[in-house]
Design a protein around this ligand. Structure first.
Ligand SMILES: [Zn+2]
Ligand SMILES: [Zn+2]
Length: 351
């Protein structure tokens, strides 16, 4: 790291990943000034996502270390690089964390999240927002309306955008039964979107506090996976037909089994969450019921614009459990790991 630090470089605090199975470390690193087309964003709120736990455990290993974590980033533009309109300075923004090659067939239609030649992915393979500053291209910063406060805006960057993207993939129709299996950050977004799209939503979870929150956000029924067999209960609620759409936000052996068992005719099972467990299903189920199994990852830049608009219009509310100073990232990760958080923990760098 020292070799990269020019003598003029300003230092800042950042929480960094050092490889699979290694603890994250709060360190002093150099702040990168914006190059042409880029902006320097002073971070004011940074959401903590389950993905960080996957980095820590080694389940997700993208082979880049050290790297600053954090992909739900809200901040204020503090400096602009060459070619960026100077009036953007001081703008409140939220960061889009993918930077595709912008030339391939995926990027050409806006599917940057599928680009095989990513130039950057902030908080994954490029320095993200668990820091005092982040430097990103100006086009990766989406203006935030004044009506959305900083901390409430943070989860839009991943949990709401991921929900927006997944919600569309399943092509839900009005009146369909939509199961949201797992009521964390993405799950809360999906419950609200499914309802807004005309679906009848069933939230499945283990924590009574999270299930209550899901009901408050518009779920029609809450199913406690720790107290009842979710598959049977969903069959019962849907009059035996099963669910039309199941969003699988957990991905454990048990949840995958229950999610696929609850799927009805022409049902769509959308994977968003994962664990070390593998998914197995007998093809006869998919064949005779014409079911689809798909995955959903991240979101497009346009999904982020839509997510900001949905939150501004009150269609989707973000749920914040707590805010923590950057220094206390470890307590946030522990609470996330223990499943204690109802909504997001958001890091707020103090100065
Ligand atoms: Zn995330
Ligand atoms: Zn590309």
């Amino acid at each position: 790291m020292a070799a990269c630090l020019a003598s003029t470089m300003v230092g800042m605090k950042a929480v960094r990943y050092h490889g699979p199975g290694q603890p994250f470390r709060l360190e002093k690193v150099g702040r990168r000034e914006p190059r042409a087309g880029e902006v320097l964003v002073r971070v004011v709120a940074s959401g903590m996502c389950h993905t960080e736990l996957h980095f820590k455990s080694g389940l997700l290993n993208l082979g880049v270390a050290p790297v600053t974590m954090g992909h739900e980033v809200v901040g204020r533009i503090e400096a602009v690089g060459e070619g960026v309109p100077p009036e953007r300075a001081d703008e409140r923004v939220i960061v889009y964390y993918y930077l595709g090659c912008l030339e391939c067939a995926y990027c050409r239609v806006g599917d940057e999240h599928l680009c095989p030649n990513l130039r950057a992915e902030y908080g994954f393979i490029s320095d993200g927002g668990y820091a005092e500053y982040v430097t990103v291209p100006a086009r990766n910063t989406v203006p935030l309306p004044a009506t959305i406060p900083d901390v409430e805006a943070a989860p839009i960057g991943c949990s709401v955008t991921t929900a927006v993207h997944a919600a569309k993939l399943a092509e839900p129709k009005v009146g369909e039964w939509v199961v949201v299996y797992g009521v964390g950050g993405v799950g809360f977004g999906l419950v609200q979107l499914a309802r807004a799209m005309g679906g009848r939503t069933i939230a499945v979870g283990r924590s009574p506090a999270k299930l209550d929150k899901a009901l408050e956000l518009g779920a029609e029924v809450a199913v406690s996976a720790s107290e009842e067999a979710a598959t049977e209960r969903i069959r019962e609620i849907t009059g035996g037909a099963g669910a039309d759409v199941v969003y699988e936000c957990v991905g454990t052996e048990e949840s995958m089994k229950e999610a696929s068992g609850a799927l009805g005719r022409r049902g769509r099972l959308v994977f968003i969450g994962y664990s070390p467990a593998s998914f197995t299903v007998h093809p006869i189920q998919l064949v005779v019921f014409e079911q689809k199994v798909m995955g959903s990852v991240g979101a497009t830049l346009n999904d982020l614009y839509e997510a900001v608009d949905l939150v501004e219009r009150g269609v989707v509310r973000t749920v914040i459990d707590r805010t923590l100073p950057l220094e206390q990232f470890e307590s946030g990760l522990k609470a996330l790991e223990r499943g204690e958080l109802v909504g997001r923990a958001v890091l707020v760098p103090d100065r």
